[in-house]
Design a protein around this ligand. Structure first.
Ligand code: G3H
Ligand code: 13P
Ligand code: ZN
Length: 287
């Protein structure tokens, strides 16, 4: 059942657990996420980036997710969301397609520009009942930083500024930077838990943690207890998919030419990865 992302997040916030927001690019990943959520009776968010909309076609991928969710998992709350929208134009395009939730990511802009454009996005979206995630501070990508080292102070969310940002823009959820990073192996050694706690005290909307692919259970629990109620996961599921294909191709003697076998195995591995994450997040059974 397609469900408002705001409702899914607020329920998690009140319930003291988190939901996963998993990126999809295709049929197999979408089926894997939905099958995992169905098996664990977990609410879930399925999201797509601009690059995926270009790759798959915006309407094609949106309707693929919507149809699978509605037909195969009518009992599971499933949110559909634009991840890392970087302009008003892409937000507008997604609203026209039917996306019920978007992220506007102005995190690399100076504060005043980020706040102004985010506020405009919120005005546009709320008129159409579309919910909006903003980002303040900035979650780095793997490969950024001189000599491989990241100057974390440049990226971190400042708690007082976060409170101001939420008030000024009217966003429904906030992505925070507390030492998390996109992709594997680049996190700050220990997340800034005190900073998260301070943000949580000042900000009363759901907090989202991007780059959760390599977050194991202990760190996940620490940040849930300090207000995170959504984790974004992409790299881990991509890796599961690609590793499965690589393993299939390694065994040349038994290589199948049935694409459904190759992609079906990959789908199975993605499903296992999503189930493991849902287990950490504590959203199983929360439908
Ligand atoms: O956080 C965003 C994604 O992991 C990057 O995905 O390659 O689809 O832009 P993309
Ligand atoms: P990872 O690829 O590190 O899981 O990050 C995903 C993400 O933040 C999507 O917005
Ligand atoms: Zn992200």
């Amino acid at each position: 059942m397609i469900t408002s992302v705001k409702e899914i997040l607020n329920k998690a916030k009140e319930g003291g657990y988190a939901v996963g927001a998993f990126n999809t690019t295709n049929l197999e990943t979408t089926r894997a996420i939905i099958d995992a959520a169905k098996e664990l009776k977990s609410p879930v968010i399925i999201q797509m980036t601009e690059k995926t909309l270009e790759y798959a076609g915006g309407r094609a991928i949106f309707n693929l997710v919507k149809n699978i969710a509605e037909f195969y998992a009518p009992e599971i709350p499933i949110g559909i969301h634009l991840d890392h929208g970087k302009s008003l134009e892409i937000v507008d395009r997604c609203i026209n397609i039917g996306f019920p939730s978007v992220m506007y990511d102005g995190s690399r802009k100076i504060y005043s520009d980020n706040a102004l454009i985010t506020k405009n996005v919120v005005e546009l979206c709320h008129e159409k009942d579309v919910c909006v995630q903003g980002e303040l501070g900035s979650v780095p990508y793997i490969g950024e930083g001189e000599m491989g080292e990241i100057d974390w102070d440049k990226y971190m969310t400042i708690p007082e500024q976060a409170a101001q940002f939420v008030k000024e823009t009217g966003i429904d959820a906030l992505a925070v930077a507390i030492g998390n990073a996109h992709g594997f192996f680049k996190e700050r050694a220990v997340p800034d838990y005190d900073r998260l706690e301070a943000i949580h005290k000042l900000v009363d909307i759901p907090l989202v943690l991007h780059g959760a692919s390599d977050w194991e259970n202990d760190k996940v629990q620490e940040v849930i207890s300090r207000g995170i109620c959504c984790f974004n996961v992409d790299t881990a599921t991509r890796l599961a998919f690609v590793n499965s294909l690589a393993n299939s191709f390694r065994d040349q003697h038994n290589l199948s030419f049935d694409i459904r076998k190759l992609l079906g195995d990959a789908q199975h591995e993605v499903k296992n990865t999503v189930m493991k994450k849902i287990g950490y997040f504590g959203s199983g059974g929360k439908i």
